[in-house]
Design a protein around this ligand. Structure first.
Ligand code: T5A
Ligand code: NA
Length: 213
């Protein structure tokens, strides 16, 4: 992960969690709120299915193609890495990035497969060089509860037993940058909790007083 200096910049806010926990909904609402406060904020998501790497990932997720687990892992990482320069440019230009999934998903989903040569350390290693998140908002919800949501089960990883392993892997990745938010409440309740943790982080980054990492 890349370290920042002490100068004014945008914040990198990452949403993580299991499939269908409501990340996209909350990312959109946070960006709208920040913009209404005059903050320059944009929403991104990974995988970014619009690039050629992203299209290969999409085919894999909708089970139109098979891939070796290591190849899938590397493509997810490459799909972030191909955005690295643009991310750094936006952040240093004081744009706040609100990102729906990031390296933590990359590590957690592959590690959850339990393939011996794809250890957590291996999974992390290919993320080196990406900008570090200032805040990780982890949307906490059980695999059983997300499975009850509409549209669940359409993609490769949307299976309750696998999602339980993903949640365990996320647990192992948790660090001091994480805010864990109960994702089983109403959309508006969750949004208020998200705003309470995200706004100070954005203000610190813009003021140039965020901790360099
Ligand atoms: N993956 C991803 C990897 O394996 N490695 C990686 O490196 C990366 C980046 C696709 C898959 O790729 C894996 C993880 C995934 O398996 P994705 O496209 O982000 O990644 O897939 P999902 O997480 O499944 O994205 P979804 O858009 O399907 O889910 P969200 O964003 O969590 O949820 P959202 O907001 O779209 O909401 C889902 C449904 O719930 C409702 C919404 O209206 C919607 O119908 N909802 C609520 N209902 C009740 N109460 C609330 N509070 C609600 N909030 C939302
Ligand atoms: Na999904």
């Amino acid at each position: 992960e890349v370290s920042y200096g002490q100068s004014s910049r945008g914040a990198l806010i990452v949403f993580e969690g299991g499939d269908r926990c409501g990340k996209t909904t909350q990312c959109r609402k946070l960006v709208e709120r920040l913009r209404s406060q005059g903050v320059d904020a944009v929403m991104w998501r990974f995988p970014d299915r619009s690039t050629s790497i992203g299209q290969a990932i999409n085919a894999y997720l909708v089970e139109q193609s098979h891939m070796d687990d290591a190849v899938a892992h590397l493509l997810f990482a490459a799909n972030r890495m191909e955005k690295r320069e643009e991310m750094l440019r936006l952040l240093s230009g004081r744009t706040t990035l609100v990102v729906d999934r990031y390296s933590y998903s990359g590590v957690a989903y592959t590690a959850a497969k339990g393939v011996p040569h794809l250890s957590m350390d291996y999974c992390r290693a290919v993320e080196v060089g990406l900008p570090a998140a200032d805040l990780v908002i982890f949307m906490d919800m059980t695999a059983e509860a997300t499975a009850a949501r509409g549209g669940y089960g359409q993609e490769r990883y949307e299976k309750v037993d696998f999602q339980q392993k993903v949640m365990k892997a996320f647990e192992a990745l948790r660090d001091e940058r994480w805010a864990v938010i109960d994702a089983s409440g109403t959309i508006d309740d969750i949004h208020q909790k998200v705003a309470a943790v995200a706004e100070p982080v954005v203000q610190r980054a813009l003021a140039g007083s965020a901790l360099g990492r």
